[in-house]
Design a protein around this ligand. Structure first.
Ligand SMILES: NC(=O)c1ccc[n+]([C@@H]2O[C@H](COP(=O)([O-])OP(=O)(O)OC[C@H]3O[C@@H](n4cnc5c(N)ncnc54)[C@H](O)[C@@H]3O)[C@@H](O)[C@H]2O)c1
Length: 383
């Protein structure tokens, strides 16, 4: 039974506001933890108040705010959870750390490496617990991939091949900016698919096989100009990357390719990676998230072949907290799993990963990718 309450202040009530609220409500029902989150206050911009009030009622938030600074001033908030657009992360995190709050932040941690570094310095100086929500680490099949690699089952890694594909911006009629399409506005998002989608792929890759040394990238903006969502009579240049592909050399000598686009017709959220090692290979696809494909060269040669591991057994990561073998879990559970790890970290004193510092590394890789796309040269990752 939980014995310690942890008062949460949520900054944002959109897509991630919903996944996180669900996690706060569910986590103690499935995980045995000392800490229990209390849904103390949810905050959104004043202009989103009509969404905020029913959102707060629906998920059980005790109170609401429409100014994030007021939320940080409140003495009854222990944790600030940032689920607002990317250009707000830095200022909120710095103020929250200065006020001595624990800080959780959605990915990408910041608009760029310089901002991310200041955020790391702020939480480390304040000595407050912190985590970045790279939730795909908490897909049981991806955590299992990490386990197989750490057990040495792949041996020396030669190749990493990642793709993150969507198709929702193909129409030239999709506007940019405003409440719901800030991802197309570079001033709010920082970048396009590089920060939004490849940040996930990079975080997973670095976690699984280690740091990246150099990158060579290309990006494209297929639709150069779009109307503004807030004022459709105005059109402005599109300054985000619609697509990005890059080559990378890992510090351990492995070679990688990463590709992301929002122009892959038919692909809604296909996030895949394949890893080829001396002793075996692994393949994962988020659209089949409960499975991990594994090839073991150590098998007898007459039974060589890819096997599909259904990652639902009680000895698979996180799964003993959920249902019986064969029953799959979904997208929302990755946030519950992540939250349980954060709370467990508070309990044990072993800080949860990915920390802000881990996310800084991903941010610096994104910066090197975007720089390389401009210089058309190999760029070193500056950490
Ligand atoms: N981990 C993941 O898989 C994942 C998925 C989607 C989004 N994200 C990240 O989560 C963050 C939010 O994305 P989203 O899709 O939930 O966005 P969204 O547009 O659905 O919601 C954004 C929310 O932020 C609020 N907001 C905006 N400015 C604010 C301010 N100054 N103060 C307080 N609240 C403010 C808005 O009112 C809105 O409620 C982004 O950083 C995004 O990259 C992560």
């Amino acid at each position: 039974m939980p014995t310690k309450k942890l008062n949460i202040g949520l900054m944002g009530c959109g897509f991630m506001g919903r996944t996180h609220s669900n996690a706060y409500n569910q986590v103690n029902k499935f995980f045995n933890l000392e800490y229990q989150p209390v849904l103390k206050a949810a905050c959104a911009r004043k202009e989103d108040e009509q969404k905020l009030l029913p959102f707060a009622k629906n998920f059980g938030w005790e109170s609401t705010e429409t100014d994030w600074r007021k939320m940080i001033e409140r003495d009854d908030i222990d944790v600030i959870d940032i689920v607002s657009p990317n250009n707000t992360h830095h200022d909120i995190a710095l103020a929250a750390a200065k006020a001595g709050k624990m800080v959780l932040c959605e990915k990408p941690l910041a608009m760029n490496g310089a901002e991310a570094l200041e955020m790391v310095q702020a939480v480390e100086k304040a000595g407050v617990a912190n985590m970045t929500w790279f939730n795909y680490r908490r897909v049981p099949a991806i955590t299992l991939a990490k386990q197989l690699i750490d057990e040495g089952r792949l041996g020396r890694i030669f190749h990493y091949r990642a793709k993150y594909l969507q198709d929702w911006t193909i129409s030239a009629d999709v506007p940019q900016g405003g409440q719901t399409l800030w991802r197309l506005d570079a001033a709010v998002a920082g970048s396009g698919v590089t920060g939004d989608l490849l940040a996930h792929s990079i975080d997973t890759a670095v976690w699984l096989i280690g740091g990246i040394d150099t990158v060579s990238a290309m990006t494209e903006t297929f639709i150069k100009e779009r109307a503004l969502q807030d004022d459709p009579s105005q059109r402005k240049p599109v300054l985000i990357d619609d697509a990005c592909a890059f080559l990378a050399r890992f510090k351990n000598g492995a070679l990688a390719t990463f590709e992301s686009t929002r122009y892959a017709r038919g692909r809604k959220n296909q996030n895949t990676f394949e890893i080829n090692g001396e002793k075996g290979s692994i393949f994962f696809d988020l659209e089949d998230a409960h499975q991990l494909q594994y090839y073991d060269h150590g098998d007898d040669s007459h039974v060589h072949g890819w096997r599909t591991i259904l990652v639902t057994d009680s000895d698979h990561p996180y799964m003993k907290q959920w249902w019986v073998p064969g029953c799959v879990i979904g997208y929302e559970h990755t946030f519950i799993n992540a939250l349980s790890d954060f709370l467990k970290g508070l309990e044990t004193g072993v800080p949860v990963r990915p920390s802000f510092r881990d996310a800084l590394e991903t941010q610096c890789i994104c910066d090197a990718v975007l720089k390389s796309a401009k210089t058309c040269a190999w760029e070193k990752v500056n950490l």
